[in-house]
Design a protein around this ligand. Structure first.
Ligand code: SF4
Length: 341
């Protein structure tokens, strides 16, 4: 019989485990400490639990960590890991070192049902939600784990479409009994599912990134079908009505497609849309993917667009392209692996 995984459980879930096994309530906090602070790889190493308690837990549970199945390294130091999930699917995790920062980009679903037209992950369709165990395992099981400074939920999948497991993983990352990370080091990126966004904003203090890609309804809907059910104007109204305080950051991700969404009209409309919101716009150069009609702009076009936005009072930066030599477009590597079987 398959054992239940302990890694990825919150303190209250561990409390249920110990109560079910007839162990003292304080054992839950001890186990959380071993899982998230001391990082043990097996239950036998939890040495402040009695031998009997360890035997009882070991009978039905395992730690539940999984090593990556493959690794690709870019000449710029970026790495992409593939993890096997749901028996025969692969999810991508990126490790991005940048001077004193070391960021991990985690996936929250296998495939995705949002159907963004420019995205390789969308072409895989939706395979399943990742559990809190599978989300956090990406963070815990890469060799660079101990050097990580930031986490972004920007890999495969839409985090707010798997909100329960994402919130569980964020609770473990930010709680004093868990990893104790500051929420300011964590960013969750979403296409903007308005009702889930409200729950996310109320439940955590982590930073928010919203995929904008166009300020015009029709154009955005062509790029991102989610626009029909959740117009970005409503998403922005939610953001505008929420008190982010001084620490919590909001940013908008904007993939620039050559000759399409980088005109003066786009700048004017973005200024109108984002008016009054303390935010940053991250410009991302589109990476051409196989079979796509969209084109990559040149760096000169990116800089020109950034400068025009800045002149209009919108804080915009060009995000450096990383790992272009290792199939940087999210979903490309796992699609290739899945197609190979
Ligand atoms: S861009 Fe993100 S939300 Fe859109 S289909 Fe791809 S993974 Fe899903």
């Amino acid at each position: 019989m398959e054992k239940e995984k302990l890694y990825g459980k919150t303190l209250s879930e561990l409390a249920i485990v110990v109560s079910k096994e007839g162990l003292p309530a304080y054992t839950a906090k001890q186990i959380a400490g071993w899982l998230y602070k001391r990082g043990v790889a097996d239950i036998k190493s939890m040495t402040d639990l009695s031998i009997k308690a360890r035997e009882i837990i070991d009978e039905h549970y395992e730690i539940g960590l999984t090593s990556p199945s493959s690794e690709s390294k870019s000449s710029d130091g970026t790495k992409k890991y593939l993890f096997r999930v749901l028996h025969d699917r692969f999810i991508e995790t990126a490790y991005i070192p940048d001077r004193e920062r070391a960021t991990i980009c985690v996936s929250s679903q296998s495939g995705c049902r949002m159907g963004c037209r420019f995205c390789m992950t969308a072409r895989q369709g939706f395979q399943g939600d990742l559990t809190s165990n599978e989300i956090l395992n990406q963070f815990r099981s890469i060799p660079e784990h101990s050097s990580l400074t930031n986490i972004v939920y920007m890999g495969m999948g839409e985090p707010l479409d798997n909100l329960e497991e994402v919130l569980r993983s964020l609770e473990i990352l930010t709680s004093p009994w868990g990893y104790g990370w500051s929420p300011g080091r964590i960013t969750v990126s979403t296409v903007g599912i308005n009702d889930m966004l409200k729950s996310f904003l109320d439940s955590t203090k982590c930073n928010l990134a919203v995929s904008l890609h166009s300020p015009f309804d029709n154009e955005r809907q062509d790029l991102m079908p989610v626009q029909k059910a959740h117009p970005v104007k409503e998403v922005i109204d939610t953001i505008r009505s929420f008190d982010f305080g001084r620490q919590r950051r909001v940013s908008f991700e904007y993939i620039v497609f050559k000759g399409m969404n980088d005109t003066p009209l786009h700048i004017k409309e973005m200024a109108r849309l984002l008016n009054g919101i303390r935010c940053r716009v991250n410009l991302i150069r589109f990476h051409t993917v196989p079979g796509s009609d969209y084109q990559s702009p040149g760096m000169d076009e990116m800089i020109r667009f950034r400068d025009m936005l800045n002149n209009k009072g919108i804080t915009a930066t060009v995000r450096a392209s990383r790992g272009e030599d290792i199939n940087a477009a999210c979903g490309l590597l796992s699609t290739l692996k899945q197609n190979k079987g």
